[in-house]
Ligand binder design. Structure first.
Ligand SMILES: NC(=O)c1ccc[n+]([C@@H]2O[C@H](COP(=O)([O-])OP(=O)(O)OC[C@H]3O[C@@H](n4cnc5c(N)ncnc54)[C@H](OP(=O)(O)O)[C@@H]3O)[C@@H](O)[C@H]2O)c1
Length: 312
């Protein structure tokens, strides 16, 4: 079969109602991976060329072995490190780059503000019925390293600048015209940083990238934030720094994940944790729908798909 007569499988119904009809002649099928016994018949699966995977549903990958004509997979996640090795040879992978920018950037901003302005402390004071004000740190005038200055990192930078913070962007390579530093300069930059935000994908080069040496290079009282992937930050090294009260942390992603009950990070001083909810907000669905519709139309027209991973 050629791509032109292969169907597509998407996770949600009604997209055509909201976004205009599907291209003539294209077979569009729906599987949400959640509704019991809802898997399409094998006769349908035999014709699927493009699969848009359900988002955040564990075990959906099981369908891969039942899709013999599969040419391309669209993940709605930005981080695809666990999916990539499962794909059969020759199947193109596209990721959800861009879908989570607003949602994850606003959570990162929220974590930073919560830590700088001591919102967890004030919530505990409210619960105790106490009114005992003091001055706090601020985000304004802070120097914030955004380590991983890609789609989410640059969305975060826009929000940080609106809060009058100074942004120090860091990526794998320097981009002098954008003021972006190379990761090879990271340790030298850290002594002047008040807030270090990790927005990195997980790959061979990023696992453990922010370890004891980088943490030690930060000044006393600096805040470490992670909204990328847990394994990019060395948990033991972070625990050692926060235990003394020298550094603080706000983490949406952890290593391990889920963080098991009783893990020392839960009770470490100066650590604020959210359970990997950066991308999980109302901002996701409309952006995801727009990407799915664009990809399906490109598929039907025989055009290059958006968001190839790895990026070319
Ligand atoms: N908390 C959540 O719920 C949540 C939600 C969505 C995504 N995420 C995570 O966030 C990650 C980033 O997403 P994105 O869409 O912003 O990805 P992206 O656009 O691909 O950006 C990734 C950035 O990381 C940089 N980078 C990659 N390897 C590096 C290395 N070895 N050293 C230094 N920098 C490196 C890249 O550098 P270059 O610019 O030089 O290529 C790029 O700036 C995802 O992979 C995912 O794991 C988390």
């Amino acid at each position: 079969m050629t791509r032109a007569n292969l169907d597509v499988l998407i996770p949600w119904p009604d997209l055509a109602v909201r976004h205009g009809s599907w291209p003539d002649g294209l077979g569009v099928h729906v599987w949400d991976a959640v509704t019991p016994d809802s898997e399409p018949d094998q006769e349908v699966l035999d014709r699927i060329g493009l699969w848009v995977m359900p988002y955040g549903v564990g075990g959906a990958e099981r369908l891969l072995e039942r899709l013999p004509a599969l040419r391309a997979v669209q993940s709605l996640s930005a981080g695809v490190e666990s999916l990539e090795p499962l794909l059969p040879a020759g199947v193109r992978l596209c990721n959800g780059r861009g879908l989570h920018d607003a949602s994850t950037a606003e959570l990162a901003l929220g974590l930073i503000l919560a830590a700088q302005r001591e919102l967890p402390h004030w919530a505990a004071e409210q619960a105790a019925g106490r009114w005992a004000p003091h001055r706090t740190r601020s985000l304004a005038d802070s120097r914030v390293a955004v380590i991983g200055y890609g789609s989410i990192g640059s969305a975060l930078a826009t929000r940080l600048r609106a809060c009058e913070a100074e942004v120090v962007p860091v990526a794998s390579r320097a981009r002098p015209d954008e003021g972006v530093y190379a990761v090879s300069d990271l340790t030298a930059l850290l002594p002047d940083i008040d807030v270090a935000v990790l927005v990195l994908p997980e790959n061979a080069a990023t696992v453990g990238l922010f370890g004891a040496k980088q943490l030690a290079a930060l000044p006393d009282d600096a805040l470490v934030v992670n909204v990328g992937r847990g394994r990019t930050l060395d948990t033991d090294a972070l625990l050692a720094e926060v235990a003394t009260g020298r550094l603080r942390a706000a983490l949406d992603v952890t290593d391990p994940e889920p963080l098991p009950a009783g893990h020392p990070l839960y009770t470490a001083p100066g650590v604020f944790i959210t359970p990997h909810v950066g991308g999980g907000s109302a901002a996701f669905r409309p952006r995801a729908e727009r990407l799915i519709v664009a990809q399906v139309r490109r598929w039907a027209a025989g055009e290059e798909l958006l968001n190839p991973f790895p990026r070319g």
